[in-house]
Write a protein that binds this ligand. Structure first.
Ligand SMILES: Nc1ncnc2c1ncn2[C@@H]1O[C@H](COP(=O)(O)OP(=O)(O)OP(=O)(O)O)[C@@H](O)[C@H]1O
Length: 295
């Protein structure tokens, strides 16, 4: 549905994105993560046909994004990272203006969305908060019921309540079969909504994974307080991933089955045991910091 092949963009001597490959299937919700300046918006701008690739190409439904921009925009909904609003318009006037440009006369869906996202769009855009402007952008991206939606940091500026509503909204769109490609810094929203995720670091894709696979790799840490130093030193001889964190305390990292650890612990005198679950955020952080080398 969405194809990015060997996309490379150079600004002067600087490579903003390099050899980026992405394939997003029909009906898939695909997350695009990466630290600030990784090249997410640059990739998205190529998909919308706003930038000419230095190398490679992007296509949506088989249409070249640079050559068929107008045609693609008919069936794609787009939320830019920074929206160019016409400040002297009210939110309602802007939504109507974008609808007219799209040849959309029925504003039923736009009104439903305004209600859903709790937006009063009667006021001037220039007087709106960042979150209100973001809601105007979201309504413009979805009001024509597009089959493909491309969102650049959709929850930026939204309060936690609306972020939660946004997650429910995306899940409902997914049910309807909408194909969604979204960049984000919110790992929770990616975890809850996406089928797959690609991680970009310094212009290059460092990982493309299903959320299900990432979740399987989550490890657990067991923080154990032994009754004595002798018990801990005896335990240090076990074939486990043990890190001593105090005279009688150790952390054991377990991935997957905890049976071996529990079985081993039965032979030791312990005072206390705490379990620390690794979050998906911890897994992502490895990609962010090390450029893809997971520990
Ligand atoms: N028109 C441009 N001219 C020169 N450099 C640019 C241009 N557009 C983007 N860049 C550079 O390309 C890199 C990637 O920028 P981009 O906006 O794509 O990152 P991003 O991943 O979207 O970041 P963020 O999470 O901060 O929004 C940055 O170093 C940026 O300065």
């Amino acid at each position: 549905m969405i194809e990015v092949n060997n996309l490379t963009k150079r600004f002067g001597d600087f490579y903003s994105v390099q050899n980026v490959d992405l394939q997003i299937k029909k009906g898939e919700v695909f997350g695009f993560l990466g630290p600030n300046g990784a090249g997410k918006s640059t990739t998205i701008r190529h998909l919308m046909g706003f930038l000419q690739p230095t190398e490679g190409q992007c296509s949506i439904k088989g249409l070249n994004c640079r050559q068929s921009t107008a045609e693609i925009q008919k069936f794609v909904g787009y939320l830019p990272g920074e929206i160019a609003f016409i400040d002297k318009m009210t939110g309602q006037q802007f939504i109507k203006f974008i609808a007219q440009m799209r040849g959309l006369h029925d504003l039923t869906r736009a009104n439903e969305l305004m209600q859903y996202f709790e937006l009063n769009a009667a006021g001037l855009i220039k007087k709106m908060s960042k979150g209100m402007k973001q809601k105007v952008g979201l309504i413009c991206a979805f009001m024509h019921n597009p089959e493909i939606v491309i969102l650049d940091e959709p929850t930026s500026g939204l309060d936690p309540l609306i972020q939660t509503k946004f997650i429910e909204f995306i899940l409902a769109e997914k049910e309807k079969g909408t194909t969604i490609f979204m960049s984000s810094h919110m790992i929770e929203e990616i975890e809850k909504t996406c089928d797959r995720v690609a991680i970009l670091n310094a212009g290059k894709i460092v990982a493309t994974e299903t959320i299900a696979d990432l979740k399987k790799r989550k490890s657990k840490k067991f923080l154990i307080e032994f009754q004595s130093e002798q018990e801990l030193s005896r335990f240090l001889g076990e074939q486990l991933k043990i890190e001593q964190t105090g005279p009688t305390q150790a952390i054991i990292k377990v991935q997957g089955n905890v049976q071996t650890l529990l079985h081993t612990l039965a032979d030791y005198k312990i005072n206390d045991l705490d379990i620390i679950s690794q979050s998906l955020e911890d897994i992502f952080m490895h990609y962010y910091e090390r450029g893809g080398q997971e520990s």
